[in-house]
Ligand binder design. Structure first.
Ligand code: HAM
Length: 426
């Protein structure tokens, strides 16, 4: 028959088979451990949001080209959330009078963007979001970047494996003002700078020339020399002091791989000052793992109060690529401790009771009744990635000594209940 359904998932999204899910769980647990050690608590929300939530501040590209938006049966425009920041801003604004600030919140939502699927970019991903609300001082930036660093260390990464790129939008705004660039052109220029790494140096320069004319060469030169740029803005300027202070504080915390990168803009319109990204330094996987920054005005969308906020998002797709590239992926091991398989005719109730006794010792045990041959049990248990099999027949049940097989060493032994528990737990 030709009209059978396809088994592949929808374009750009993933199925998580148990081994993939195991890796997801490992990544999420490692993230949770690091962020919770800094006092962050978990929240979540629905995937569905009113489309208007993204129109004000997320940025043209994401709203016009990347959202999954549809009209529901009640004629409402609904979007599958492409990012979590507008949602968390909505939630904090909704309860701002009852919440005890500063808030330290995290979440691991599934997000949807209509992208051209490629390595590191899918139409669906999970993204750890870590945000602190209610701190105006730079201690918020320092803390948030330290959390990002702690996550990387939690995965066993070394300093040389990644760089933390940091910039200040206010500093660039100051630079644009020194060049008398209008606000409208500054916006277009920021978008151009954001895409700088994706085009050739000539194309970048001619794009800037088109926008600002003869000054383009000087501006582009300043963007590629941190020292000259800082001198031009002036050592005593607030924006220069801010960025240097964040870098120094991080250095004092032992975080040395921070690089001031004036061309780092970040796509979203809501960032107000410091922005940062964590970049994989490996030449084969040179991409961003985290992105974030300060967004002090986003909550004003929901009322008069502004609440200062700093945070970042870290995706699971890029993280898995990073771990694979740097040989940091742990080997898969099934969470099932053993398969308990019957041989020949047995009293199934007695087998069930035996399985319960193993579970009461904290072991995860799956029961297979009535397998035709031990070889079949072995073949399927190997496919499931389970390490041990406990074979049970009438004889074993009466003697309380069981045939225990370790599939990695292929050794078989006759063991008592307690010895089996000890072997699996060791
Ligand atoms: P973002 O830079 O769009 O920021 O995403 C953050 C991270 O999510 C990226 O560095 C990447 O690891 C991952 N990511 C983004 N899009 C995709 C995709 N299509 N496929 C796979 N991974 C992806 C934000 O979303 C901000 N809302 C983060 C934030 C939180 N800022 C403040 N708080």
């Amino acid at each position: 028959m030709s009209n059978k359904l396809d088994t592949s998932p929808y374009k750009g999204v993933r199925d998580f088979y148990p081994e993939d899910m195991w890796l997801e769980k490992y990544m999420f647990e490692t993230m949770r451990k690091a962020v919770e050690s800094y006092g962050y608590v978990e929240y979540t929300a629905s995937i569905l949001e009113p489309a208007e939530l993204y129109k004000a501040k997320s940025g043209q590209e994401i709203v016009n080209e990347q959202t999954y938006t549809f009209t529901d049966r009640g004629n409402r425009e609904v979007t599958l959330r492409p990012e979590m920041t507008p949602t968390v801003a909505r939630m904090v604004a909704g309860r701002r009078r009852d919440l005890g600030f500063p808030l330290r919140w995290y979440s691991i939502p599934n997000l949807f963007r209509y992208e051209n699927p490629q390595r590191g970019r899918l139409r669906e991903h999970y993204q750890l979001n870590v945000d602190v609300f209610g701190i105006t001082g730079l201690s918020a930036e320092v803390e948030i970047i330290s959390v990002a660093n702690a996550i990387m260390q939690g995965f066993g990464a070394h300093d040389a494996d990644y760089s933390i790129l940091i910039n200040s939008r206010k500093l660039l705004k100051e630079l644009f003002e020194l060049f008398n660039i209008s606000e409208e052109k500054s916006y277009t220029l920021s978008k151009l700078i954001d895409k700088k790494e994706k085009v050739s140096a000539e194309d970048f320069l001619s794009g800037v020339e088109e926008l600002i004319g003869d000054n383009a060469k000087e501006l582009v030169a300043l963007l590629s020399s941190n020292q000259k740029l800082l001198e031009r803005i002036g050592e005593d300027h607030e924006t220069v002091k801010t960025i240097l202070s964040v870098i120094t504080s991080l250095d004092q915390l032992g975080i040395k791989n921070v690089i001031f990168t004036p061309t780092l803009m970040r796509g979203f319109d809501y960032y107000t000052d410091i922005v940062f990204e964590v970049f994989d330094t490996h030449p084969e996987n040179n991409r961003s793992l985290f992105g974030g920054g300060r967004y002090d005005n986003l909550l004003e969308l929901f009322g008069n109060d502004s609440v200062p906020a700093v945070g970042f998002g870290m995706g699971d797709v890029t993280l898995a690529d990073f771990l694979r590239t740097h040989n940091l992926l742990p080997a898969y091991r099934s969470e099932v401790g053993a398969v308990l398989a019957t041989i020949g005719a047995v009293d199934e109730n007695e087998v069930a009771i035996l399985a319960q006794s193993f579970r009461s010792k904290g072991l995860n045990v799956a029961v297979t009744i009535g397998a035709k041959k031990p070889a079949d049990v072995i073949k399927n248990t190997l496919k499931q990635g389970v390490k041990y099999i406990i074979f049970v027949g009438e004889d074993e049940l009466s003697k309380k000594v069981y045939t225990f097989k370790d599939l990695t060493t292929e050794e078989t032994s006759s063991l008592s209940f307690d010895d089996i528990v000890r072997s699996i737990q060791s």
